[in-house]
Design a protein around this ligand. Structure first.
Ligand SMILES: Nc1nc2c(ncn2[C@@H]2O[C@H](COP(=O)(O)OP(=O)(O)OP(=O)(O)O)[C@@H](O)[C@H]2O)c(=O)[nH]1
Length: 366
């Protein structure tokens, strides 16, 4: 009798939608399942893997978490994902389930297709693709075209390419889904949540189960055991890119940019966070995350920003041999994060940490 394949769940969704939070919840409620994690991030700092390793859950030991940080997993399938998966499958004790977190900018389609590679196909199957949506961001129009702006661009130059990269990614990640999680339901009311539900359903031609969640808190039975066998169904889940470039032109992430800002100790935590909020608004930074060194505190401070919503918390003590430092990944649209802007943002973050850059005063209209 053929050995049963190990089920793998792909967790996808845009930057900051709540993928890591959902996985953390899943691990806490895994019901005895041995789960191996493959975590992929955009940006040179492995924040997600580090947060999961630092979360104190027994199943998040160094051995159970594989980090792939050489670019988005959809473009590094052959060089990164297949070798990582092969290594995982050669281990003495096999996991009951594999969970893969894609970067927020990844197209899930090439990753799902990789499960048809011979090295993997006989041993693992895609149990399901779970697409996590930031319902509040969708409700605020984050992924929709700004009609006025597009009209103005068209008036200025008819030949311009008006594809909105955020909108395309949003649709591609939904098209790949076996389950859609409308996360951050705590931030919007029922009516708006219903609007988001309609919007997401309209993005896929298939009938896909949709559930609302707060902090990705869903029973393991909802997330796991979908038994979709998604690798056999990729033909009906094509991305915009696959449809436009039938024949396989390389896909890239040119529309997005990221860099790591390094700063010294943060002298005034509140002023620092306020200053970051202003900075994010000024430059339309999509995502900012990392760790800060707060003098006098034995723990490191996690800094998480999605748009202008910032969360901070102390997650674990700095290690004995670990250098205390403030390091933040900054991610934005390529057109917004040109080199000069990155340099300016980097400088501002250093100044904010040193208490030298006063926060821009808020106007009465805000
Ligand atoms: N209010 C609210 N915040 C949430 C919810 N889920 C996640 N967050 C917060 O959103 C931020 C981003 O969450 P993550 O889980 O890191 O998101 P992610 O999708 O893994 O982010 P990337 O890997 O950078 O794409 C964190 O500050 C979370 O605490 C939710 O349901 N409600």
């Amino acid at each position: 009798m053929a050995a049963q394949k190990i089920p793998a769940t792909v967790i996808t969704g845009f930057l900051g939608a709540g993928k890591t939070t959902l996985i953390r919840n899943l691990l806490q409620n895994a019901g005895g399942r041995k789960i191996a994690l493959i975590i992929n991030e955009f940006g040179d700092l492995g924040v997600d893997g580090d947060i999961l390793k630092g979360c104190g859950i027994e199943t998040c030991s160094e051995d159970d978490v594989v980090e792939l940080n050489n670019g988005c997993i959809c473009c590094t399938v052959a060089d990164d994902f297949i070798p990582a998966m092969t290594k995982l499958l050669e281990r003495g004790s096999l996991p009951d389930h594999i969970v893969i977190e894609t970067s927020g900018l990844a197209l899930p389609q090439p990753l799902v297709a990789a499960f048809n590679w011979p090295e993997v196909k006989t041993k693992v199957t895609v149990d399901g693709v779970v697409t996590v949506i930031d319902a509040a961001a969708v409700a605020s129009g984050r992924f929709a075209d700004d009609e006025e702006k597009v009209a103005a661009q068209r008036a200025a130059d008819d030949s311009l390419d008006h594809d909105n990269p955020l909108e395309e990614l949003f649709e591609d990640q939904i098209r790949a889904a076996d389950l859609i999680v409308l996360n951050k339901a705590d931030l919007i009311d029922r009516d708006r949540l219903e609007e988001v539900r309609k919007l997401t359903s309209a993005a896929t031609a298939r009938a896909v189960k949709t559930v609302a969640a707060e902090n990705g808190s869903l029973p393991a039975e909802v997330l796991l055991g979908i038994a979709a066998g998604a690798e056999d169904l990729i033909a009906e889940r094509k991305s915009h890119h696959e449809i436009e470039h039938e024949g396989g032109e390389e896909h890239d992430h040119d529309e997005f940019e990221s860099f790591v800002a390094n700063a010294g100790p943060v002298l005034d935590q509140t002023a620092f966070v306020d200053g970051l909020k202003d900075l994010i608004g000024e430059h339309d930074i999509l995502r900012l995350k990392g760790f800060a060194d707060i003098p006098g505190k034995p723990m490191r401070l996690v800094v998480q920003a999605v748009g202008q919503r910032i969360e901070t918390y102390f997650d674990r003590p700095w290690g004995k041999d670990e250098k205390r430092a403030t390091r933040l990944v900054v991610i934005g649209l390529h057109d917004g994060l040109i080199d000069a802007v990155c340099t300016a943002i980097d400088g501002r973050i250093r100044s904010l940490a040193a208490g030298e850059a006063p926060a821009v005063p808020h106007t009465a209209a805000e």
